[in-house]
Design a protein around this ligand. Sequence first.
Ligand SMILES: C[S@@+](CC[C@H](N)C(=O)[O-])C[C@H]1O[C@@H](n2cnc3c(N)ncnc32)[C@H](O)[C@@H]1O
Length: 380
Amino acid sequence: MADYPCVELGPIAHGGHCVARLDGRVVFVRYGIPGERVRVRITDDSKPRMWWGEVAEVIEASPDRVIPPCPVAGRCGGCDFQHVAVPRQRELKAQVLAEQLRRLAGLDIDVTVEPVPGDADGLGWRTRMRYLVRDHRVGLRAWRSDELVELPVGGCRIAHPGGPADLGRFAGHDGELQVVISDDGCTVLGPGGELLTGSQIVTQHVGGRAYRVRADGFWQVHPGAAETLTAAVLDGLNPKAGEQVADLYCGCGLFAGALVDAGCRVTGIEASRSAIELAKLNVPQARFHAMRVDKAGSRLAKKTDLIVLDPPRTGAGAGVVRQLAGLEPTGIAYVACDPAALARDLATFATCGYRLESLRAFDLFPMTHHMECVAVLRPH
Ligand SMILES: C[S@@+](CC[C@H](N)C(=O)[O-])C[C@H]1O[C@@H](n2cnc3c(N)ncnc32)[C@H](O)[C@@H]1O
């Protein structure tokens, strides 16, 4: 251990690593907390001026360091913040968001990351889990690796407790098991996507509506996420009855349903055909088109009052942002899971005459560095 270099950990960076300096290089260190003195095991020295590492020993601990609730924290790739007290986890996420907004969008604003109502300890929330199966053993995946980490006694601490008590009975074939907890109960899909128990189409209830979702399709993983995000979008946009709204990257129609219930006329666009088929059943009052958003120009109403967009991690990109601004909506709600992609797209929106009116961030992924944001933009 004494061979590992000793560093002082600086601020948290996008991706959940602390930034440290070592012999003129930058080292991104996992499993630390800003201000700590630690010894670092270097895990990647392939770049001359930028290395990656992880905490091997804590010399001076932060007062916010806690014993991780899970015995495989630090080996499993699922959680990277278990060593941090939950309120400080949210502060660190807020610092990352503020830094990305400053650096990429030139916005200097105070942000907070709000807990999902009812989520006290950040455990037992993950309703969609992927387990690795190898040689009849079911485990968790190590960080950026195919290495299997044994499941701890009592199972994954962030997994929703509605999952199967004995996962070993599904360990017939090597590959990946998907466990999905919905309002119908538990579904398990095998390595080829085959149904092992439950149902291929599951139901989720939000705001008085029932949404049918493919078990292997997109749905937010925190049980409080759908209510939290739809409320934030409606509060931020304040839609009026009769307004024409585009729900882009609409999945199986979550925001479309909330907007129709607010009296709006809604057009949903989504690349996945199977999601669109379900969206049509879930929200029959809306129009839906299975197509990429960047090809959807002709399908969007010339007079679009409001836009909701919820793109994948890569964000919408400059081309889509310019196309949306060209529709001249009076409000845009941008739901984002990557703060850097959001900040980059906000910068493009600013060049198209749209300013940030409000921003909320939510801790939809406790024990990890991830967060979800809802940004509302209005014309200058
Ligand atoms: C973060 S999910 C949001 C889904 C939905 N809004 C929800 O909350 O359930 C992003 C969605 O974008 C879809 N998608 C990805 N790239 C797309 C593209 N270029 N055009 C349209 N949809 C796309 C994915 O299939 C996925 O359903």
